[in-house]
Write a protein that binds this ligand. Structure first.
Ligand SMILES: [Zn+2]
Length: 495
């Protein structure tokens, strides 16, 4: 009967991981046969090439390769397995089947991940955090992972994590010859709230909009000439957002881990992503033959800053619309569907015209048609996703060197506004729930109707203003929305 071992590996599907039962069967001397080495169970090409890495690493380390039939089955067979993270469990399993890596039965309770180099090194892999969580859900308590991924695995409660530098070290550890140190369990502490001072000068309305955006999770569109502080304002918004909670950090860190961008343990600061306007569709919303998260998912629970919004490809911008609304992106591929979270607060910036100087003295040389064409590059429905739209003016140099400007609110206001919203953000109140959630006074209600008629607001426009008005009332710790809040909300809607 062939020698048999099993060990737990993992495959990444969207922002989640599924455990893979890596089953290894090695024919005995008596059974003989040729030296075939097969991997079955829907491996992708990177994984099939893994055979060479696995055999190379084993031979380089001075262990004997069984020159008899070796079969690796990856179960469940229906799910496509991608990448090289299964190298390490396969190599360990083969050597355990040969009696060279300790007690084979003990290995079946270990989550094992790592890409091998031909000389036996263990390289970091993607998705270790999600895999560690999946292992814990299945009752596993131990994980052996690449050293660079150890901190993220150790962030999962109840998992004993060992950092594996080389195949040799893993074999020694499995056989009890060496004891690799246990990664200290990750302890969660939230980051400090960045605070309220802004480097932005001379733009009181835009600064107020930044506070409101952060308080209620509203998307913000800034329009103004070059150098008026649009990028600074976008950074101000992410600093004003409350620190990540642990559940939020787990969500965001999982995405960064799958993109191969997580360094050390869990993210403590909210992500700030600022993709260039030449970014591809896949780069922005996610995709690829092995679906990877795009910028909008990497900004999950943080801020996505789209500078020079009209310069992005129109198709790319339109593809952003639905995910921004739903807070989730589904990428469909032949290999199945992958889902990534996408609850990012979007701050976008644009110039008022192609040259950037329209409205500033007489500096603009653009024709009316050119200006209109420029404006139309951002479609109405996309513009509708921005609850707050503010025009900025060039700043008088006198103010740039002046004293700190007072903030419109303080962190106490922000904290109260956040608490009043509970788990939801005002920006995400569904239209049907608005009347009850906003609770306008009779005078405020009349003001909304009056302004909607006068300004020709669409239903969507009215809803947008009501959500912002709710946040303004929350910042003042008021239960009901009054006329003032309605008026300010309407001032902040037209760039
Ligand atoms: Zn111009």
């Amino acid at each position: 009967m062939p020698a048999f071992t099993r060990i737990a590996g993992a495959a990444i599907v969207g922002a989640q991981a599924e455990l893979v039962d890596v089953q290894i069967s090695v024919a005995t001397q008596q059974e003989g046969g040729d030296a075939t080495f097969r991997i079955v169970g829907l491996p992708d090409s990177a994984l099939r090439e893994g055979r060479e890495r696995v055999r190379g690493a084993v031979l380089h380390g001075g262990w004997p390769w069984p020159w008899r039939p070796v079969t690796v089955n990856l179960a469940p067979a229906g799910a496509r397995k991608q990448g090289a993270a299964l190298d390490l469990p396969i190599a360990l399993g083969v050597l355990a089947a040969e009696g060279l890596a300790g007690d084979a039965a003990a290995l079946s309770h270990v989550l094992c991940m790592g890409e091998l180099t031909l000389d036996g090194g263990v390289l970091p892999v993607r998705g270790v955090l999600a895999a560690a969580e999946a292992a814990r859900r299945r009752g596993l308590t131990r994980a052996w992972v690449p050293a660079a991924n150890a901190a993220e695995a150790a962030a999962v409660d109840g998992l004993e994590v060992v950092a594996v530098p080389t195949l040799g070290a893993a074999i020694g550890h499995a056989g009890g010859l060496v004891t690799l140190p246990r990664q200290p369990p990750g302890t969660w502490r939230p980051a400090a709230w960045r605070g309220s001072t802004s480097a932005v000068r001379g733009q009181p309305l835009a600064v107020q909009a930044a506070w409101i955006a952060a308080a209620g999770g509203h998307n913000l569109l800034l329009s103004g000439p070059p150098g008026c502080g649009k990028t600074l304002l976008a950074r101000h918004v992410v600093d004003l957002l409350p620190p990540l909670t642990r559940p939020e950090s787990l969500e965001a860190s999982r995405v960064h881990s799958i993109a191969g961008l997580l360094e050390g343990g869990l993210l403590r600061r909210r992500p700030f992503r600022a993709p260039h306007h030449s970014a591809s569709l896949a780069g922005l919303v996610g995709g690829g033959s092995v679906p990877r998260p795009g910028e909008v998912s990497l900004a999950h629970r943080g801020v996505l800053f789209l500078d020079e919004l009209p310069e992005f490809a129109r198709s790319t911008l339109e593809a952003l619309r639905q995910p921004l609304e739903d807070g989730v992106i589904t990428v469909a591929r032949a290999s199945g569907r992958a889902e990534f979270p996408a609850q990012a607060l979007v701050v976008a910036a644009c110039n008022p015209c192609p040259c950037g100087w329209h409205g500033v003295a007489d500096r603009c040389r653009c024709t009316r048609t050119a200006r209109e064409r420029y404006r139309l590059r951002v479609s109405g429905p996309l513009r509708d996703r921005f609850d707050l739209q503010v025009s900025l003016q060039p700043v008088d140099p006198d103010r740039l060197v002046g004293a700190d400007e007072p903030s419109p609110y303080d962190l106490g206001d922000l904290r109260r506004a956040r608490t009043r919203q509970g788990d939801r953000w005002n920006a995400r109140i569904p239209a049907a729930a608005l009347p009850e959630a906003v609770s306008p006074t009779e005078a405020a209600r009349r003001e909304v109707v009056r302004c909607a008629r006068r300004l020709g607001l669409s239903a969507r426009g009215v809803h947008r203003a009501l959500r912002v008005a709710r946040t303004l009332a929350d910042l003042r710790d008021e239960d009901r929305v009054d006329v003032d809040e309605v008026r300010i909300a309407l001032t902040l809607r037209e760039a």
